[in-house]
Design a protein around this ligand. Structure first.
Ligand SMILES: [Fe+2]
Length: 237
């Protein structure tokens, strides 16, 4: 299994607060059978330049590497960012460096305010720059945009839609999540883990639910897509 959306990198965003917590989070995922993990801290272009963010990320990674020395993590680690959408994001200096390192795939968090046609135009320009956005937890935007056509437009523009594993923890969201995977609208899973308690590193139950309801082949398809995204990525630990 893989997990392409996590806030495991220590003390860089509202995720893991220290390297020890980060190690524990990675171990929990690897105990579930996760073998590839992307660390995707929040990036807000309105607050940080790409350069200063990458510097902070490298420092956080340094702390994690140090703490991981001699520890059997059980998973390969990659880095990226969860980039908050803004209009003209494609014109932010160096924005393409926010992709998962070594790839053209970028985890993109869409706005939590009403979308406009300009929103989709910006997404279009991002894809035209050769970046494939992975839309972070797309299920969370449904109550905001209301119009499902806006959501369905994203895969048409070349985006991959990622769903959070927490969607599988309660009955109605789970039923809806399964429907999106069955239809092929949802393509990827992420734990979006922030800590060990309220937003935990847990993804296997979601993969298991998909296998149980939609068949083993579906689970394999999702894992294969995540693995193929990370196949060209730079392994950092
Ligand atoms: Fe996230």
């Amino acid at each position: 299994m893989n997990d392409i959306h996590t806030h495991i990198l220590p003390s860089i965003d509202d995720g893991s607060r220290d390297a020890e917590t980060s190690i524990e989070m990675i171990k929990r995922l690897s105990a579930e059978g996760v073998r590839k993990i992307a660390l995707t801290p929040h990036f807000y272009a309105s607050r940080n330049s790409v350069d200063s963010f990458l510097e902070k990320r490298a420092a956080a990674l340094g702390r994690l590497r140090e703490a991981a020395e001699g520890v059997e993590l059980g998973a390969e680690i990659y880095v990226g960012a969860e980039v908050l959408f803004m209009d003209s994001l494609d014109r932010v200096e160096g924005f393409e460096r926010m992709a998962i390192e070594g790839t053209k795939y970028m985890l993109l968090e869409m706005p939590f305010t009403m979308w406009s046609s300009r929103t989709l135009e910006t997404v279009y320009r991002i894809t035209s720059n050769g970046i494939t956005p992975i839309i972070a937890h797309f299920e969370r935007y449904i109550p905001i945009v209301k119009d499902m056509n806006m959501i369905y437009e994203l895969p048409r523009l070349g985006c991959l839609l990622q769903m959070n594993a927490e969607s599988f923890r309660s009955f109605l969201p789970k039923r809806r999540a399964l429907k999106f995977f069955a239809e092929g609208v949802a393509k990827l899973l992420g734990s979006d883990a922030h800590n060990l308690t309220s937003r935990p590193p847990e993804i296997k139950p979601a993969y298991d639910a998909i296998a149980a309801k939609l068949g083993e082949e579906k689970r394999r398809e999702i894992i294969a897509l995540g693995d193929s995204i990370l196949a060209s990525a730079t392994r950092v630990i």
